[in-house]
Write a new protein. Sequence first.
Length: 280
Amino acid sequence: MMEINYDPQYQYVNLDNGIRLSYVELGDKGGDTVVLIHGATDSYLSFSQVASVLQGKGYHVFIPELRGHGNSDKPEGELYAAELLAEDIAEWMNKAEIKLAHIVGHSLGSMVAQDMAIAHPELVSSLTLIGSAAKFAGNPTIQWLLEGDNEFPGIANLAEVPDDFIRDWTASTNYDEEFVKRTYTNAANLPNFVWGSVFRGALTADNSETLVSVTVPVQIIWGTADNLFSKEDQLALIDALGSGHIVFKPKPGIGHNTHWEGKLYAEIADDIGSFIEGLN
């Protein structure tokens, strides 16, 4: 069993907007650079296992923690739209002297990755989008998370996110009990305003008309049991990207947190590595 570093050495960058972002750097500084961007309510932990495999393959790996998450600052207010998070990452890359990287994003992180390729193409060598879509706007599951129904009142209507909801939200079949425990604890420790602000910000994301400007190669990884984004969402994403270099890798029976399930993190890391190697 691979040993995962769940207590890495964090580094910090102060952005011009006053927000301090935390990040982890791993691997061979001479290797191709890979930036792994986690999803909503996640942290470094989300890609910790994938990063360990990529490190072993000789890549220079960075995992930034988005504003509101992990050890990064958590400003209050409606400051969590994907394009704002992407501007954070672009400035962080410049301040950390990361001139060019293969960008990998999961869920909300995939929308941040898209915005990076649209607004800052000079920083992006390729995209790998995991659990993604061309738009989050109008997504019924995200809408339900915020507004609820007869059985669940919705995050926007609660003073505190219920513990049983957080346990369901972070549940996985990951082989490592420590990963599962820490992932739950991370989400449970998030301030309630972050949950609401992040999902309200997610519902503003729509790149369906702008993804055509993306010229870098794109890999799309999608679990066929994803309860946030459907096969139709994947086809719409591919269509929005146009006729460029696109690799589509569905994972049968796997849910939204594709790289968390079982030991699938190793396969996802292999997919990322193979995709990058195929570009050289």
